[in-house]
Ligand binder design. Structure first.
Ligand SMILES: NC(=O)c1ccc[n+]([C@@H]2O[C@H](COP(=O)([O-])OP(=O)(O)OC[C@H]3O[C@@H](n4cnc5c(N)ncnc54)[C@H](O)[C@@H]3O)[C@@H](O)[C@H]2O)c1
Ligand SMILES: O=C(O)C(=O)C[C@@H](O)[C@H](O)[C@H](O)COP(=O)(O)O
Ligand SMILES: [Zn+2]
Length: 397
């Protein structure tokens, strides 16, 4: 059953071509449990990201116009991996039609592309094409390609404009927003990079139609992360409608995308360089990044984050910070999405060693984002190795 809208659209979030919002309240026998915004398919949502260099995240279907976000550019480098070749070529055509010269640069897919050698090859191409400070870079793809594209842009001439065109769920709700860019090194995940805000972000929900289901599920790990740290309505929507939650053409996934972006936009606007509050976005990532490294980057980031969320909740419960029910909710929500909740017990020594180079560590002191309750993140400083291992044993039976 649907009814009138519950309240105002969150601050900074506007539907650009619909002056009359059609938000709706979904009511169950237990009462109102969340809102399902019923948007027309052609509606575009604009989510503002504040800070010194503000920009907008555009969410809609069949959005595809980065040149508009980059006035004055004469050349546009378009980085893409093979699965997005068709999209990249369409974009090159639009770019040409806008009077801008496209430079298509194919890079290796997924984590193989997040390598300094790949970035160096891109810089060679920019140099050969005579890229100046008014020219710009576009990354078309998942989080791996947009992290690389942002890093290439951050370093070229010490910083040119860039636009991520996010084509994976994880890219839309997380990687493309917030200006964290970078590559992996032998020592670990994302250890070399730069903070470099984009000129705008494009999230074309139509691209999700071709995203493999495993990658869709991986993106949901970052969505529910936002639910646990800041917006419990996300969890209620996923729990109530687990099938609709992963239907790329439906309104529930769109609401989840917009809510997660809103959480991220709010956090990064207040702490762009991660000097404090932004660390909450790293919930679940201390273990996740260690798993990714141990697995030679063959695990999807979102799958590793799923295990990391369960681990962080277990650690918080063992540290006396979190109640068992909320810990169990992590396991249930993550599991219901078909995401992994456990990892190999024999990997502990390598996992622990890798967690020590997590960016949140200070000297020899490990620091974890944990919850003291739903939407109440805090930092657990210097947990003992015994405590860390005890929590690990519970997720690595
Ligand atoms: N910068 C940040 O703030 C931030 C945040 C979260 C994650 N990340 C990074 O993002 C990366 C993970 O991103 P991801 O989950 O998008 O993985 P990914 O970029 O590896 O993409 C997953 C796979 O899906 C393919 N793909 C993407 N869009 C598609 C589409 N529309 N149709 C068909 N195939 C498509 C890709 O080519 C790839 O094979 C990791 O490197 C992670 O560290 C960065
Ligand atoms: O944007 C952030 O800040 C995040 O921590 C978001 C994470 O989901 C993302 O995976 C990020 O790339 C991790 O950052 P890192 O600094 O730990 O490498
Ligand atoms: Zn992440």
């Amino acid at each position: 059953m649907t009814g009138a809208r519950t309240g105002p659209r969150p601050a900074g979030q506007e539907a650009t071509n619909d002056p009359v919002p059609r938000d709706a309240v979904t009511v169950t026998a237990a009462g109102t449990v969340g809102s399902a915004r019923l948007r027309a398919m052609d509606e575009v949502t604009r989510i503002a990201v504040g800070g010194d260099r503000p920009y907008d995240v555009l969410v809609g279907r069949d959005l595809f116009d980065p040149p508009q976000l980059l006035p004055g550019a004469q050349r546009l480098a378009i980085l893409f991996a093979p699965p997005l070749q068709g999209r990249a070529e369409q974009l090159a055509e639009r770019t040409r039609m806008a009077g801008v010269a496209p430079l298509l640069i194919e890079v290796p897919d997924a984590e193989a592309g997040k390598h300094i050698d790949v970035a160096a090859a891109c810089w060679e191409r920019l140099g050969a094409a005579g890229f100046t400070r008014t020219d710009a870079v576009v990354g078309v793809g998942g989080g791996a390609v947009t992290d690389l594209a942002g890093f290439v842009a951050a370093c070229w001439l010490r910083g040119v404009r860039w636009v991520p065109v996010a084509t994976s769920l994880l890219g839309m709700v997380d990687a493309a927003v917030g200006g964290k860019t970078g590559v992996n090194t032998a020592a670990g995940k994302n250890l070399v990079g730069a903070f470099h805000p984009p000129a705008g972000v494009i999230c074309d929900l139509a691209t999700l139609d071709t995203l493999p289901p495993a990658d869709l599920a991986a993106g949901m790990a970052e969505v529910v992360k936002c639910g646990f740290i800041a917006d419990p309505v996300i969890l209620e929507l996923v729990e109530r409608e687990p099938v609709a939650a992963v239907d790329p053409a439906g309104p529930v996934l769109r609401e989840l995308v917009e809510r997660a972006i809103q959480v991220k936009a709010h956090v990064v606007a207040g702490d762009f360089r991660e000097s404090g509050a932004r660390e909450v976005l790293n919930y679940g990532h201390t273990l996740a990044h260690a798993i990714e490294k141990v697995e030679g980057y063959r695990w999807r980031h979102g799958h590793a984050v799923a295990v990391g969320l369960v681990y962080a909740a277990t650690l918080a419960r063992l540290a006396g910070r979190l109640d068992a029910q909320t810990e169990q909710r992590h396991r249930a929500v993550v599991g219901a999405l078909g995401l992994p909740t456990s990892y190999r017990s024999d990997a502990w020594p390598e996992v622990l060693a890798t967690m020590r180079v997590d960016k949140k560590a200070r000297g020899n002191v490990l620091r974890f984002v944990v919850l003291t309750g739903l939407a109440h993140p805090t930092i657990l400083e210097a947990p003992s190795d015994e405590l860390l291992h005890a929590a690990y044993r519970e997720i690595a039976p």
